[in-house]
Write a protein that binds this ligand. Structure first.
Ligand code: ARG
Length: 466
C-alpha cells in the first residue's frame, strides 16, 4: 500500500515498523477535534484565496460527512494510515477526489496534532471541573447534615482534639477547591492556537491565523512556531494537576477504608458500593476506595511519563511526542472514572454517629480544653499543661476519664478548679467554643460551607458562559 510520502522512498515500510509507528489505535479518539481543525483550516484557505472557494466548500462538506459516518460507527480506521490525521485525509480524498489533496496546504501534521491535543485537553478539563464541582456539592450536603456530629480529630493517628464530621469533610472540600482553581489556571494558560506553525517554521502562504483561532474558540495565538509545535507544557500541567487531585481522593479513600473497619466503625458503606469476599461470608470490603488509592499511582505514572519523555527533546517536533497521548488519555480517563464512582459512593455513606462520639469521649480529647480552663483562670499555659498531664496520668492508671473525676480530685491538684470544669470538658462545649475562623464550631463550619457553595455557584455560572 502506497504511503503519503511514497515519492521519496524506494521500498515499502517493514510491517513491524508500520505497526510500531502507528498511533491510530489510541489517537482515533481525536477525530472530532481533527475534523473541527480541518474545517476551520479549509474555510481559511478558501477565504484567503489559497484554494478556490468551491474547493473549500467541497472539503468542508466531505469532512462533515466523514464526521457523521464515524459517529454512526460506519468507519474503520487503518494502521496503514498511521494516525487519525492521515486516516481522515485519506478518507476525504477517497470520497471527494483530488480536491481532498488540497486540504493539507500550508499545514503540517505537527501543528495539526498540536491543535487537536489542545482542543481535546480543553474539553476534558471542563468536564473534569464539573465532576469536581459535583463532588464538592456532595461534600457540602453531607456537612450541612452533620454540623453537630462530633468525632475525634487525630494527629499521628492518635486521638487529639474533638471535631465534627462536617469540619472534617470541609477540609476535603477546600482541597478540591484548589484543584478546580489549578485546572482553571491550566486552561487559561494553554488557550493558544498553534495552527499556522507548520512543521516548525510556519509557512509562506498568506494564511489568516486569527480567523482560524476565532472559529476554534481560542483566546490567543501561539507566538512562536517552533514553540507552537513542540510545547506540551499543558499536558505536563494537566497530569500534575490531576496527580494532586488524585492524591486528595486517595487520602479521603484511605480515611474511608479505616473508618469502615471494625476497629473504627465510624461509617457504613452502602451495599451497592462495596463488595463481598469469595470465601469469608462476613466480609464487606471498600474496594472502590482501594481502587481509587491504587489508581492514584497510575496517574502519577502519566506525569512521570510526560516529564521524562520531554526532558531530552531538541526543538521542534520529535516522534517521542506521540507518547504524550496514551499518558494524557489514561490520566484523564482514570480521573473521570474515579470521580464518577466516588461521588455516589460518598453520598450514600451512612454514619455511625454513636461510635464517633464514643471514640471522641475516650482518649482525653478534652485535655487541651482542661488546660485552657486553668489558663483562663489566670494560670500560665505551661503550668496548666503540666497539671493536666499528671491528671491524665492518674486517669490512665485508674481507667477513668477527666470528666469522671470528682471536684475534690480536681481541687486536690489545683485550687483553680471549680464546678464549671465539667461544662468546659463537655465535648459539645469543646467543639462549640472553637469558633475561631477555620474552626469546627457548627456556626463557623456553616460559614465554611457557604464559602464553598458560593464558589461552586460562581464556577458553574462561568462555565455556563464559556
Ligand atoms: N501521530 C503523530 C503524533 O501523535 C502526529 C504528528 C506526526 N508528525 C510527524 N512529523 N511524524 O505525534
Amino acid at each position: 500500500m502506497a504511503k503519503l510520502w511514497a515519492g521519496r522512498f524506494q521500498k515499502e515500510i517493514d510491517l513491524v515498523v508500520n505497526d510500531f509507528n502507528s498511533s491510530i489505535r489510541f489517537d482515533c479518539r481525536l477525530y472530532k477535534e481533527d475534523i473541527a481543525g480541518s474545517i476551520a483550516h479549509a474555510n481559511m484557505l478558501g477565504k484567503q484565496g489559497i484554494i478556490e472557494g468551491h474547493e473549500a466548500e467541497k472539503i468542508v462538506e466531505g469532512l462533515k460527512a466523514i464526521l457523521s459516518d464515524i459517529e454512526g460507527g460506519k468507519i474503520e480506521f487503518s494502521p496503514d494510515y498511521e494516525d487519525i490525521h492521515m486516516n481522515i485525509e485519506q478518507l476525504l480524498t477517497e470520497r471527494i477526489g483530488d480536491t481532498g489533496k488540497r486540504l493539507h496546504t500550508g499545514r503540517s501534521r505537527n501543528d495539526q496534532v498540536a491543535l487537536d491535543m489542545r482542543l481535546y485537553v480543553k474539553k476534558e478539563i471542563n468536564e473534569i471541573i464539573s465532576l469536581i464541582l459535583k463532588f464538592m456539592t456532595a461534600l457540602c450536603k453531607k456537612s450541612r447534615e452533620n454540623l453537630e456530629t462530633v468525632m475525634p480529630g487525630y494527629t499521628h493517628l492518635q486521638r487529639a482534639q474533638p471535631t465534627t464530621f462536617a469540619h472534617y469533610m470541609m477540609a476535603y472540600a477546600n482541597m478540591l477547591k484548589r484543584d478546580v482553581s489549578r485546572l482553571t489556571d491550566c486552561l487559561k494558560r494553554m488557550d493558544d492556537m498553534p495552527l499556522g506553525s507548520g512543521a516548525l517554521a510556519s509557512t509562506t502562504y498568506p494564511i489568516d491565523r486569527d480567523f482560524v483561532r476565532e472559529q476554534l474558540g481560542f483566546q490567543r495565538l501561539t507566538d512562536n512556531s517552533l514553540d507552537g509545535v513542540s510545547d506540551r507544557d499543558y499536558c505536563v500541567e494537566l497530569c500534575s494537576d490531576l496527580s494532586i487531585l488524585m492524591m486528595h481522593l486517595s487520602r479521603l479513600s484511605e480515611e474511608i477504608i479505616s473508618w469502615c473497619s471494625w476497629e473504627f466503625k465510624f461509617i457504613e458503606l452502602d451495599d451497592a458500593y462495596s463488595t463481598g469476599s469469595s470465601i469469608m461470608p462476613q466480609k464487606k470490603n471498600p474496594d472502590v476506595c482501594e481502587l481509587i488509592r491504587g489508581k492514584t499511582g497510575r496517574v502519577y505514572g502519566s506525569l512521570t511519563t510526560m516529564l521524562s519523555m520531554l526532558k531530552g527533546l531538541p526543538l521542534a517536533y520529535n516522534k517521542d511526542m506521540q507518547e504524550d497521548k496514551e499518558a494524557v488519555f489514561d490520566a484523564i480517563d482514570t480521573v473521570k472514572q474515579c470521580l464518577e464512582v466516588f461521588i455516589p459512593m460518598f453520598s450514600t455513606i451512612s454514619l455511625c454517629k454513636d461510635n464517633m462520639r464514643k471514640a471522641a469521649a475516650k482518649g482525653f480529647l478534652n485535655a487541651t480544653d482542661c488546660a485552657d480552663y486553668l489558663t483562663k483562670k489566670g494560670m500560665p499555659f505551661r503550668d496548666a499543661y503540666k497539671i493536666v498531664g499528671s491528671l491524665v496520668n492518674e486517669c490512665i492508671k485508674s481507667d477513668k476519664t477527666l470528666e469522671s473525676l470528682t471536684l475534690e480530685d480536681f481541687r486536690a491538684i489545683s485550687e483553680s478548679f471549680g464546678p464549671d470544669i465539667y461544662d468546659a470538658l463537655d465535648l459539645n462545649t469543646c467543639v462549640q467554643e472553637r469558633k475561631v475562623l477555620g474552626g469546627p464550631a457548627p456556626k463557623e463550619v456553616e460559614r465554611q460551607i457557604n464559602v464553598i457553595e458560593a464558589f461552586i455557584k460562581s464556577e458553574v455560572e462561568s462555565h455556563d458562559e464559556a
